[in-house]
Write a protein of this length. Structure first.
Length: 578
């Protein structure tokens, strides 16, 4: 990826962060007064030890104590307020990018590349949001005050200043080492944890298959290996981070005691007052506290930084979609012009130089052996995968001239494997629309011959289903999927192996739906293995190894299939297909 592309992704994130710039200034101002009020303790100690005890004035002590209580109350209020502001800054940042990151992740995700940056996009955004609201970021506003506190210590006595400065330098060195040495262990821990979670999610989603094939023991062992690796990497990372955190805390406590001891020595030498001795120790703790806090939150910092870099990469690879001029409802004319498709994450095309035209009222069957490119063609026509070459046009307009959601309303799609979402059957048919049309839901179910079937469920259309389909059979899933594809009256229907799980009644209902689409002047494209699926097709396209071998009237293509198959075998045995 070019550096200029990465800069575009970074600019998007920076722009989202800049939306809260006025709030950052408020936090900076509150941090100024909060750190200024942190001088209350040392000054109070100076007054008590050097004046109150000497004058033995109870009135002065009472007045000072009341003033200190008020100042500490104000400090707590300001600190609480800046924390609430940063919480809202983080929430605004996440809210402004949620849709952009969600859409980019959808475009980038693919079965061929399940572990790319899209797989963790939402978690990456949450990691950045947590960093923005964590004490680690708050310490950024406090660290500039560390030199001020160290300078205040030096004003009491140069030796105290040298001790404080040396201690601060050691803590900064530990911070740098922490950043360098824990980066790789944390990254390995994150990768191992993601791999373990992926295996677990896959096994849960295929629980029935695991159970039925007697794979529980083997599946558990496979997951346990990944889990053990994740736990080991997490322990290594935690041990290393804990070492730095404990070292920092121990060193800070020692420096405070050393400051107190050195101050006591200077008091004995009559070079320092007892109040300055106590105040110097308190200032030392205040000066080093932000550094210790940053180290203690370093895991959050690294996860947030990694999340930021992942988001930069994702947003750079998937630029924002430009606004598109709304187009009228298209006619059912589809033109596929010399289309070549490379699946995401792959280097080899699975579909090459495919061209054909589907007229309104026409049904086209796409046939060929497994791996011929039928599903790839279906994904390209529905806009899921963008062609690497050529164009796909609907009523003369290229697919990328439609908004994705609008295109989905014009093209109904029944994938090879029907996947439902958690919700009711009605919500699934309505494509999770927030404002579903009940009349359209029932109409789509009737067209798919699923209406009577749905009414027999315990709660009819309001029956809840899970993401894996629950107790629904393959045929029931396919009918509901067909109803979902027909919802809203699309002009083009793309069916990928639509009758693979249907019985005779279901296949007849499918053919009836295809006939109804043709009668309404709409188009249908059917990817099929079984002859029953192409019964209503007028035209056939034969694919083999991603290349079109024949296109024309159904009867002509079927008659030439055996002859073409023999020719292909002879060509392949002679050196392959060009």
């Amino acid at each position: 990826m070019h550096k200029s592309d990465l800069e575009k992704g970074k600019e998007e994130l920076i722009h989202a962060r800049k939306q809260s710039r006025p709030l950052y200034w408020f936090v900076a101002v509150f941090s100024f007064f909060t750190n200024l009020l942190m001088l209350t303790g040392p000054i109070y100690m100076l007054q008590v030890y050097d004046r109150v005890l000497g004058s033995r004035s109870e009135a002065t002590l009472l007045a000072l104590t009341l003033l200190v209580a008020f100042l500490y109350g104000m400090m707590g209020l300001l600190d609480f307020t800046r924390g609430r502001i940063m919480a809202r800054v983080g929430a605004r940042f996440q809210d402004s990018l949620d849709r952009r990151v969600f859409e980019a992740a959808l475009k980038k995700s693919s079965p061929q590349a399940p572990q790319n940056v899209a797989a963790t996009a939402q978690r990456d955004l949450e990691s950045v949001q947590r960093l923005m609201t964590s004490p680690a970021l708050m310490s950024v506003f406090d660290i500039p005050w560390t030199p001020v506190f160290l300078a205040g210590i030096a004003l009491f006595h140069p030796w105290l200043g040298i001790l404080a400065l040396s201690g601060g330098a050691v803590l900064i060195l530990i911070t740098v080492l922490n950043q360098i040495l824990t980066r790789r262990p944390l990254m390995r821990s994150s990768v191992a944890s993601f791999r373990s979670d992926s295996i677990s999610d896959q096994l849960r989603s295929e629980a029935e298959m695991v159970q039925s094939l007697g794979m529980r023991g083997a599946a558990f062992q496979r997951w346990q290996v990944a889990r053990a690796e994740s736990l080991q990497e997490t322990i290594n990372s935690s041990d290393l981070s804990g070492t730095f955190s404990s070292t920092t805390k121990t060193l800070r406590l020692f420096l405070q005691s050393a400051m107190l001891g050195l101050g006591a020595y200077l008091v004995l030498q009559n070079q320092l007052t007892p109040g300055a001795m106590i105040a110097g120790s308190i200032l030392m703790g205040r000066a080093l506290s932000p550094i210790e806090q940053a180290i203690g939150q370093w895991a959050v910092v690294q996860r947030g930084t990694k999340g930021w870099n992942n988001l930069v990469e994702l947003l750079s690879e998937v630029p924002p979609s430009p606004p598109r001029t709304p187009l009228p409802t298209p006619k059912a004319k589809l033109e596929v012009q010399a289309v070549t498709v490379l699946p995401p994450g792959q280097q080899q095309a699975t579909l090459r130089n495919v061209s054909f035209v589907v007229q309104p009222g026409q049904a086209v069957g796409v046939i060929g052996p497994s791996g011929a490119g039928k599903t790839t063609l279906a994904r390209a026509i529905t806009g899921v995968w963008r062609p690497a070459g050529g164009k796909i046009r609907l009523d003369g307009a290229a697919l990328d001239q439609y908004e994705p959601d609008v295109l989905g309303q014009h093209i109904g799609y029944l994938p090879q494997r029907v996947q439902l979402f958690d919700g009711t059957i009605a919500e699934n048919i309505a494509r999770l629309s927030p404002n579903p049309d009940s009349e359209q839901i029932v109409k789509a179910a009737q067209k798919a011959a699923a209406h009577e079937m749905i009414l027999k469920f315990p709660d009819g259309y309001d029956t809840r289903v899970s993401a894996n389909g629950g107790l629904l059979s393959g045929g029931q899933l396919q009918r509901i999927g067909l109803a979902r594809a027909l919802y809203g009256g699309p002009v083009l229907l793309v069916l990928d192996e639509p009758n693979s799980n249907l019985d005779n009644d279901g296949s007849e209902a499918l053919n009836q739906a295809i006939r109804a689409m043709k009668a309404d002047g709409k188009s249908v494209i059917i990817m099929a293995h079984r002859p029953a699926a192409i019964k209503e097709c007028d035209t056939l396209l034969m694919l083999d190894n991603g290349t079109p071998m024949a296109f024309g009237p159904k009867d002509e293509v079927l008659k030439s299939m055996v002859k073409n198959h023999q020719a292909i075998q002879q060509t392949q045995s002679g050196g392959g297909v060009s």
